[in-house]
Design a protein around this ligand. Structure first.
Ligand code: ARG
Length: 268
């Protein structure tokens, strides 16, 4: 913790107001060696649920890649931190942070009051909202319309909470899956009639899964959400560094560069 604080203090001292001079980090491999050899550099453990394209998915070498990964790498670089990113899965991710097994979770995690009681969140880094994915022929314009349907969700998500609110807790027509692609598979297999989930990932499925005949519906009355980077409750120095890093990459254009790479220009 001391080392981290020192790094943060140093970064603050060097980086303040000096735009465009954040190339102070050593190469990944070099830092890895240093850490393996028991060097000084602190390696922060980052976890994600890498089944959420284009935000996080497993790359060719089974390492998570995506928008969130690029964001956390840029935030780390702005602080002079090294990060080691691993796929953890959704539920384990929360437990890992709580138990201190990982330092940082980035996984399109919506900031909400319930989670804020148990975890700390960075400033928001992405705006999102819920969508309902249904066959094109389905008569759905608002979230209440799924009340009598079989609905697939990723368990433990805000989409699951919304569906639960409409169908009622414990309703057997509500099918909770471990990840969002599995929920969409249930829809394709006609074992559910609708899926509720975040806009970014459902839109990506619609565009890239090659399955025709589906649409996404937005209910304008459902409250929008914002994603935050999550840390163990009370880990203020880490959180401060993350927020400072986010601010830096928003100011120096790095955030926009990453955003464009994944979402094009139209979305902002
Ligand atoms: N934004 C939603 C939530 O926080 C879903 C996020 C799921 N993320 C993931 N990588 N599976 O509940």
């Amino acid at each position: 913790a001391c080392i981290l604080m020192l790094v943060a203090v140093m970064a603050a001292a060097c980086g303040g107001g000096d735009k465009g001079s954040s190339q102070s980090t050593s190469g990944q491999a070099e830092a890895g060696k240093e850490a393996a050899a028991g060097g000084e550099k602190k390696v922060l453990k980052v976890g994600t649920d890498a089944a959420y394209p284009p935000f996080e998915k497993l790359g060719p070498d089974s390492k998570p890649v995506g928008f969130d990964m690029d964001i956390i790498k840029a935030v780390a670089e702005a602080n002079g931190w090294e990060v080691q990113i691993e796929h953890a899965g959704w539920d384990p991710l929360f437990e890992d942070i709580e138990q201190g097994k990982r330092d940082i979770a980035i996984s399109c995690i919506t900031i909400n009051e319930k989670r804020k009681k148990k975890y700390d969140f960075s400033d928001p880094y992405f705006d999102a909202y819920q969508l309902i994915m249904v066959p094109e022929s389905a008569n759905v314009t608002k979230v209440e319309d799924i009340k009598n349907m079989r609905v697939g969700v990723q368990s433990g998500t805000t989409g699951a909470a919304l569906a639960e609110k409409i169908l009622g807790k414990g309703n057997t027509r509500l099918k909770g899956l471990d990840d969002t692609p599995s929920a969409v598979e249930e829809l394709y297999a006609k074992r559910v009639d609708a899926v509720v989930g975040d806009n970014g990932v459902l839109t990506d499925f619609l565009k890239n899964s090659g399955k025709a005949g589906y649409k996404v519906v937005k209910d304008p009355n459902v409250v929008p959400e914002q994603y935050g980077i999550m840390v163990k409750k009370g880990n203020k120095e880490l959180l401060d560094g993350i927020n400072k890093g986010l601010k830096t990459i928003k100011e120096n254009g790095k955030y926009d560069e990453i955003f464009k790479q994944y979402f094009g220009e139209e979305k902002k």
